[in-house]
Write a protein that binds this ligand. Structure first.
Ligand code: UD1
Length: 349
């Protein structure tokens, strides 16, 4: 199993889950937004070694192809991508280059080595400002994509490329998982979300306020048409997220063509709901002030993620309180994230 972006937030949790379930795991990561030391922790939790770790940019076709030459890869889970919405509006070309170029480079290596199974990290952001499904209800996979920023567009472009490649490469099996808002951490407290610099996303920001690294949270918008005026999202525990990938891999063998599934809980939580839940599990007060809306944000995004349950039986089991508890556990044990954790001894290949 090749995992691109295996040292990142979701990728590292996926590696643990795959190792726990007997998969051999090879990681490729350029460490542009992750630290190599994370993989020591992955191995510590799993009690098994990652087969090999390659520090490379997947757009480097020759280097990527060499990885496929050296290992007998039967499937790929592709997490490696840039994911900051705001940044994508300032650096659109880099986002297309990295996210779309990385995916085509990966596809070409897979084709060259006849690797026929791929799980692709997609995003609910491609639904854009659809304002929820019919009557503002949950969004299912038939909602027409309408991306409103380069990050979301890059994910939608990748999905379209993958669909077209599947049409012309009939043995290829692709699953696109459209994540809503993955948050939380491994229950051990050893792995979690450690964004470099100031967090863009809500949960890591709240966690850093709770631990005293930041003074207060700015709540972006208190005038949305929602019950408490703050925006609603569908938060999903990262362990539920990665379990869906493994369930998918268990089903992809022998399949062909492309499928698309939403990944969420179907439950919407407002920003204030998250602050309340986090305050309650951490016992800390989360100071906040309500400020103007963040450009590009939408009022409500909640998944109808029942299709993957009907197809393969995946259902999330962890609620918002568990997501906050695990995020807090990680933050408390690692107040400065992974900074200062033991260096990874030389690369094993
Ligand atoms: C966005 C993307 C998602 C992407 C994710 C990761 C959309 C619709 N979604 O999620 O696809 O995978 O980023 O980068 O583009 N908030 C605050 N204060 C903060 C931070 C956030 O109030 O300091 C609010 C936001 O306004 C939003 C909610 O918290 O209402 C969640 O924000 P965030 O965690 O950044 O996720 P999304 O923007 O939903």
């Amino acid at each position: 199993m090749l995992v691109t972006g295996g040292a990142g937030f979701i990728g590292s949790h996926a590696c643990v889950d795959l190792l726990d379930h007997g998969y051999e795991v090879i990681v490729v990561d350029d460490h542009s937004h992750s630290t190599p030391q994370v993989l020591n922790r992955v191995e510590r939790i799993a009690g098994r070694f990652v087969g090999a770790v390659y520090e490379l940019d997947i757009r480097d076709r020759r280097a990527l192809s060499a990885v496929f030459d050296r290992h007998s890869v039967d499937a790929v889970v592709h997490f490696a991508a840039h994911k900051a919405v705001g940044e994508s509006t300032r650096m659109p070309v880099q986002y297309y280059d990295n996210n779309v170029g990385g995916t085509t480079s990966l596809l070409s290596a897979m084709h060259e080595h006849d690797v026929r199974q791929l799980v692709f990290s997609s995003s609910c952001s491609l639904y854009g400002d659809t304002g929820g499904g019919p009557d503002g209800g949950p969004l299912d996979e038939s909602t027409p994509p309408a991306p409103v920023n380069p990050y979301a567009s890059s994910k939608w472009l990748c999905e379209q490329i993958l669909a077209d490649v599947c049409r012309h490469w009939p043995e290829l099996a692709v699953l696109c998982l459209r994540y809503f808002n993955p948050v939380g951490a491994h229950p051990s407290g050893l792995l979690g979300e450690d964004p470099g610099g100031t967090p863009d996303n809500l949960m890591p920001y709240v966690a850093q306020v709770a631990v005293g690294r930041r003074k207060q949270l700015r709540v972006f918008g208190g005038d949305y048409p929602t019950p408490d005026g703050t925006a609603i999202r569908d938060y999903l525990h990262v362990m539920d997220t990665v379990e869906a990938h493994r369930v998918a891999l268990d089903h992809l063998a022998g399949e062909s063509g492309m499928r698309v599934f939403n990944l969420g809980t179907g439950t919407g939580s407002s920003v204030l709901d998250v602050i309340t839940a986090f305050g309650s599990v951490s016992g800390r007060t989360i100071p906040y002030e309500i400020v103007g809306r963040r450009p590009g944000d939408v009022a409500r995004l909640v998944a109808d993620a029942s299709a993957i349950g009907r197809a393969w039986g995946w259902r999330p089991t962890r609620d918002l309180s568990t997501m906050c508890r695990d995020a807090w556990h990680f933050q408390r044990l690692n107040p400065n994230g992974y900074a200062g954790s033991a260096r990874r001894p030389g690369r094993r290949e």
